[in-house]
Design a protein around this ligand. Structure first.
Ligand code: SAM
Ligand code: SF4
Length: 362
């Protein structure tokens, strides 16, 4: 579509033979064979969640990991320290499952905030309970927050999350603003026939509330494996949904490897007055794999080089067996070296990972 207007990203070609056995390269960095360098660490704090979003978790029968198999707060801070000191990681995002269900989250954030050099610390949350936690999180050192909210209609919220908790989420967002967390970004996934037609209302509400909205294309990471490429709401669909009410123009500010393409928004009746922005994360139709700077740890301390990885490397067992920082860093480097060029969602050989999004960390 014309307004998206940016060139389609292309995958990189390998700089070395990716099949080559890894012998720890001497550079203090997380590199892969496509010459990408990861500086952005996403850590899942838990696979537990108090919502059951249909695109993420099954309705029932979820088996959560045991408390012992999850990383402790000290183990998490040690992994982040290794990533900061050995790989130059400068961004850490805590996610889940629902990260606020971890009682020690403030201690984890404070531990990371005390590292030298201090990385930027972000959190992705469903905001339940955030009204009471936001001030403490900010005080601990939280820099940025993303709240997931797909609709402001209570019935649709209940259908999509299988829980009647919209009011609690809205209170959480108010709490984040009151605590001075700025900006508060909103993540929304649109599902056909459920909340897609509400996209303009959600954007309008976010603009009025001073919140920065990002639409995320639904990815095949639902526990029910019901994702359908032919019916998912694409970035192009989102533009078509917004167009009758808004004028949406590409933001010329550099993207700097960020997954969201940013656009400035004005009301169609007053197109000169910019009201705010909206982002589109088009992971399916416009993948940004060639510029990916991420590495991920699951709550059990396993490295995943991509949301769609089919393999994981267990760092936590090595840590618990007494491995040195150096040895852990080498295991991590070896895992990252094998990062694939792209997620391959649009290829015939694509297979959905066994873990749903809640157990990977979105
Ligand atoms: N529970 C927290 C939350 O919902 O913000 C953090 C974890 S959640 C897995 C992180 C993000 O992943 C949320 O913004 C959610 O909307 C997104 N997500 C979950 N499943 C997804 C899917 N199948 N496709 C695209 N985004 C998804
Ligand atoms: Fe829970 Fe977040 Fe998954 Fe929704 S998207 S079920 S809030 S982990």
């Amino acid at each position: 579509m014309e307004k998206i207007g940016l060139p389609m990203p292309v995958l990189r070609t390998p700089t070395v033979d990716p099949g080559e056995e890894f012998t720890a390269h001497s550079e203090d960095a997380l590199l892969d064979t496509f010459d990408r360098r990861a500086r952005d660490l996403r850590i899942s704090l838990t696979d537990f969640c108090n919502l059951r979003c249909t695109y993420c978790m099954p309705e029932e029968g979820v088996e959560f990991m045991s408390r012992d198999s999850a990383m402790s707060g000290d183990e998490i801070v040690r992994f982040v320290r290794i990533a900061v000191e050995k790989f130059g990681v400068n961004q850490v995002r805590f996610t889940g499952g629902e990260p606020l269900t971890r009682k020690d989250i403030n201690d984890i954030i404070a531990g990371v905030a005390a590292l030298e050099p201090r990385p930027n610390i972000a959190l992705t949350t469903n905001a339940i309970g955030l009204d009471k936690r936001a001030a403490g999180l900010k005080e601990a050192g939280l820099d940025r927050i993303n709240v997931s909210l797909d609709t402001i209609d209570p019935e649709t919220f209940k259908t999509m999350t299988r829980r009647p908790f919209l009011k609690r989420v809205l209170e959480g967002i108010d709490g984040a603003k009151a605590a001075g967390l700025d900006p508060v970004k909103i993540n929304a996934v649109l599902l056909p026939g459920l909340n897609d037609a509400q996209a303009p209302d959600l954007l309008q509400w976010c603009l009025e509330q001073g919140l920065s909205l990002r639409f995320i294309e639904q990815m095949p990471l639902d526990a029910g494996h019901s994702w359908d490429r032919t019916s998912m709401i694409t970035a192009a669909d989102i533009f078509a949904l917004l167009e009758p009410r808004f004028v949406v123009t590409p933001d010329s500010a550099p993207r700097n490897g960020a997954p969201a393409e940013k656009f400035l928004v004005a009301d169609r009746r007053d197109p000169e007055r910019i009201l705010g922005d909206v982002g589109i994360i088009a992971s399916v139709t416009r993948p940004f794999c060639a510029d990916c700077t991420r590495t991920r740890l699951t709550a059990e301390g396993r490295v995943r080089t991509c949301l769609f990885s089919r393999t994981e490397v267990d760092l936590l067992t090595a840590m618990r067996d007494g491995a040195s920082d150096e040895a852990i860093a080498n295991l991590w480097k070896g895992a990252h070296w094998k990062k694939l060029a792209g997620h391959g969602m649009d290829t015939d050989s694509f297979e959905q990972p066994q873990r749903p999004m809640s157990a990977i960390g979105g």
